[in-house]
Design a protein. Structure first.
Length: 398
């Protein structure tokens, strides 16, 4: 079992806190494993196992506890003394009104609560209001490239590993399979569970065929400005006449199910976040691969998607950048840091070099500027750094 140290190191200081610990991420990204590793560390500290209560709401054993009142009674019956109890609720979005139980337990008992979920409602302002800000959240991603190498017990990267990662993504369990057909079958299973549980059942969307078409369009246009008019024309060609309202409601469902992420534009010169002409990227390229209309996803956009996901893993808030002359791929910020990133699959000639590095011509500030590509030769130009994609993925201090 791969230890997800990056997340554990962030969560440890909250083990005994009364703040509610929320872990949210796409299904099968490894949230349950992280909960198991937290429980192991708590037991190693000397906590009695009787003071650790774990419930996975996807297990039929706990089906009746999806009633929040029964869940509340079940937990209260388990608490026998005044010592701290550690409560772990896995996939808690399956419990209607779960926030009532969480609030009640936190207020009335000496508990440390950990919850996971596969729906973005766990990160919403609505939940923040209900829980009165008494929580801390952690966004869990599929495996980073560093974690993939550790899982495979590889000391260094190789072209074979990287292209496999780019094609089939990094949901942890998919690495149990070697044959492409087996990987695809596994990923179809994950996708179907997301559609069934997080979309059809919870979001009340019945037209899954339309849902699939919209997802395919998003995948086909990864990294490109989203236009409602274009998707309406695409759907019309597929024999579907759909309103803009319906399209946006389905895209919102895709975002809530954490299959895709919306990226806002940032006006670099006006220093403002823009709400129009957003872009979308997929959370895992493996699921994108099986839902893609073509034989393979465009490698240039797949590389851009990898960089986007890695910037999130590295702790950045990420936007696409609008300049006076055009755009750059990403503006990435932390409280004490800001960088610009342009992504190219390769830089085969001088024209490509001028285009990629020239994207920064109208940006006159001194924040670091990068061009990331597969090239191993260093094309650093005019103070703009060139970074190989593998070096970027393996640099934990980037």
């Amino acid at each position: 079992m791969l230890k997800r140290e990056k997340y554990l190191s962030q969560i440890r200081e909250f083990y005994d806190s009364d703040l509610i610990k929320i872990l949210v991420g796409i299904r099968r990204c490894g949230k349950s494993v992280i909960l198991e590793q937290i429980m192991e560390e708590i037991i190693e500290k000397g906590v009695e196992k009787s003071h650790i209560i774990y419930i996975n709401f996807e297990f039929i054993d706990f089906e009746e506890l999806t009633d929040y009142k029964k869940l509340n009674e079940y937990i209260k019956d388990k608490i026998k003394d005044d010592k701290i109890y550690y409560l772990f609720f896995d996939e808690i979005q399956n419990v209607d009104n779960f926030e009532k139980v969480i609030n009640s337990l936190r207020a009335s008992k000496k508990v440390s609560i950990f919850i996971t979920g596969s729906n973005s409602r766990l990160l919403s302002e609505e939940l923040s209001t209900v829980l009165s800000g008494r929580y801390v959240s952690f966004k869990i991603s599929p495996l980073s490239y560093i974690e993939v190498l550790k899982l495979l017990n590889e000391s260094k990267s190789s072209d074979e590993i990287f292209y496999d990662y780019m094609k089939w993504g990094s949901l942890p369990n998919r690495f149990e399979f070697k044959k492409e057909e087996s990987i695809k079958n596994y990923l179809y299973g994950v996708f179907d569970s997301i559609i069934l549980r997080d979309v059809v059942e919870r979001l009340k969307i019945r037209d899954t065929a339309l849902f699939n078409l919209i997802l395919q369009y998003i995948i086909d246009t990864i990294g490109r400005e989203f236009s409602a008019e274009n998707i309406i024309n695409f759907l019309r060609n597929e024999g579907r006449d759909v309103s803009t309202v319906t399209i946006y409601s389905y895209i919102d469902a895709l975002c809530k199910a954490l299959l895709i992420k919306k990226v806002y534009r940032y006006d670099i010169h006006g220093k403002a976040i823009l709400k129009t002409l957003n872009k979308y990227y997929v959370t895992d390229l493996g699921i994108a691969q099986i839902k893609n209309n073509k034989t393979e996803i465009d490698k240039s956009y797949a590389l851009e998607n990898i960089v986007f996901n890695e910037l999130l893993i590295k702790g950045y808030d990420v936007y696409t950048g609008k300049t006076k002359k055009g755009e750059i791929d990403f503006v990435a910020t932390k409280p004490d840091k800001k960088i610009y990133v342009q992504v190219a699959f390769s830089i085969p000639n001088e024209d490509t070099k001028k285009r990629e590095f020239g994207a920064y011509d109208s940006i006159k500030d001194n924040y670091p500027k990068y061009v990331i590509s597969l090239d191993k030769m260093n094309y650093e130009y005019n103070g703009i750094k060139h970074v190989n994609i593998i070096d970027f993925l393996l640099d934990e201090n980037f």
